[in-house]
Design a protein. Sequence first.
Length: 137
Amino acid sequence: MQRTLAIIKPDAVGAHYVGSIIQRIEASGLEIRALRMVNLTQKDAEGFYAVHKDKPFFAGLTAFMSSGPAVVLALEGENAIRRWRDLMGATNPEDAEAGTLRKEFGTSIDRNATHGSDAEDTAAYELSYFFCGLELR
Ligand code: ATP
Ligand code: MG
């Protein structure tokens, strides 16, 4: 069993896609183990995306992630990290395959509807960034 952190980003929350995306998660067989709506400050977003701090898109990314409410979820299942990334599709919605969430709900590379952890170590960090031990046993 593996866990991963998923985020329904502010663009998708603002466009009222929360229900549709959660429906797709449940239909995929991934288990939702924890879920919360958050309003990140820019500092919170900078801490979350610290691995990207030297990238040219860091300021825009963290401003966007703190621009409105987001929904964070802990997903669990066999190969959860890979399965959630496959369900999201490519980072750029233009490159994402038909039927993926980013194709359907994303509008551009910097407004791509969802986030997913990319490895076991980043998943552990990201899950602990949002969920305490009581919420995620
Ligand atoms: P995420 O980490 O959000 O799940 P990802 O792992 O597919 O996405 P990363 O390379 O980790 O992609 O980039 C993090 C986020 O930064 C992307 O989701 C995207 O919104 C934004 N981003 C990545 N590359 C660019 C870029 N070239 N221009 C603008 N924004 C970008
Ligand atoms: Mg990433």
